[in-house]
Ligand binder design. Structure first.
Ligand code: ADP
Length: 225
């Protein structure tokens, strides 16, 4: 059965910082099994939109609806809970917890959802071989290459079976070959989870891989494809 509605819907999203309108009346639909690239110059509002959609910040106006349920108006604690349960995040290199090993980083989202550590660790170990990370389980992030660290970050984003994965410049620190391999892994992991994917990127090649490209200028959307 296919559920013919977007998994995540933003309507009329506006966020201001003082005199700056970071996003201005944005409407956007995220579908399971589909990827969206958010592109545009620095300061256009891409990260603000990603944070509003993910419930990290609240919009001043408009609504964010996940599977038909408003999430923007939920209190902070509830939004945190919803984020942990339903969303995965991949950021630029460096967002792994440096004191934890790779496998502990991957297990962390499950522990934050209340799974016992032993069970979360067992589940985390399972991702290393298919993600080409075998043997790196006990390294700390500082002992991983940029590409390896992003593979760990993708495993961490996907381990909870999220509805939507948000990626903010996930390949910004990577060379082009590693970018290609990282995006292939991200796309296949998201497809496998039947999640939606929202990627903020400066890289035209990363944007072109996505199903939909949306460019943002001065907080407003212009659909490029
Ligand atoms: P992008 O991700 O496209 O570079 P941002 O969403 O980071 O753009 O920023 C959009 C606008 O909002 C910019 O003018 C930026 O300076 C401003 N802005 C973003 N976050 C903040 C903040 N926390 N405080 C003040 N201004 C902000």
């Amino acid at each position: 059965m296919t559920l013919e509605r977007p998994v995540l819907v933003g309507r009329g999203l506006t966020k201001r910082y003082g005199d700056v309108t970071a996003i201005d009346g944005v409407d956007i639909d995220v579908w399971r099994g589909s990827s969206i690239a958010l592109t545009g110059p620095s300061g256009a509002g891409k990260t603000t939109l990603l944070h509003v959609l993910a419930g990290i910040i609240r919009p001043d106006e408009g609504s964010v609806t996940l599977e038909g349920v408003r999430i923007d108006s939920a209190p902070d604690r509830e939004r945190s809970r919803l984020r942990r349960r339903h969303f995965g995040f991949v950021f630029q290199e460096g967002y792994l917890v440096p004191e934890l090993t790779a496998v502990e980083n991957v297990a962390l989202p499950l522990m934050l959802l209340g799974h016992p550590k032993a069970k979360a660790m067992r589940e985390a170990y399972r991702w290393f071989e298919p993600f080409g990370l075998e043997g790196l389980e006990h390294r700390r992030p500082g002992e991983l290459s940029g590409g390896q660290a992003q593979r760990v970050a993708i495993a961490r984003a996907i381990i909870t079976g999220p509805s939507v994965v948000f990626a903010d410049e996930p390949t910004a620190a990577l060379d082009s070959e590693t970018t290609h391999r990282t995006m292939s892994l991200l796309e296949s992991a998201v497809r496998h989870a039947n999640a939606g994917l929202v990627v903020v990127t400066h890289d035209p090649e990363v944007a072109a891989r996505c199903d939909v490209q949306i460019s943002i200028l001065d907080g407003r959307l212009r659909k490029a494809a």
